[in-house]
Design a protein around this ligand. Structure first.
Ligand code: SF4
Ligand code: SF4
Length: 107
């Protein structure tokens, strides 16, 4: 996080997407310890799996948005700057903790 006005663990909006190919690995990610079962390959490109509208590494169980692979998170996640145009666009589209796109919790 680079901007104190944007608290990533209270947000996580950029870890949500309905696009299963939202998070592609880049050459710099080859040395990172991402669990193989969290990845899939298609047409020569490797992606991080998204399930239920968010990255499989996003842990929402504490009511916060916690990246389960923070130390080894992909390059694209590292490049995503809090407070940037893309950040604010993700918050508008997905809402804090993905409230706008998360499937409703079964009663
Ligand atoms: S959308 Fe912005 S504030 Fe929210 S988690 Fe991503 S970088 Fe942080
Ligand atoms: S790897 Fe971590 S930071 Fe990147 S999308 Fe998944 S949960 Fe978010």
């Amino acid at each position: 996080m680079s901007d104190k006005a944007f608290d990533c663990v209270s947000c996580g909006a950029c870890c949500f997407s309905r696009n299963p190919r939202y998070l592609a690995l880049l050459p710099w990610d080859a040395a990172r310890a991402l669990p193989p079962e969290s990845l899939f390959a298609e047409d020569g490109q490797t992606y991080v799996k998204f399930e239920c509208g968010h990255c499989v590494h996003l842990d929402l169980s504490s009511g916060k948005a916690v990246c389960g692979v923070y130390k080894d998170r992909p390059e694209a996640c590292r490049a995503f700057r809090a407070g940037s145009f893309e950040c604010q666009k993700a918050i508008r589209a997905n809402g804090l903790l993905g409230e706008k796109v998360r499937p409703p919790v079964a009663a």
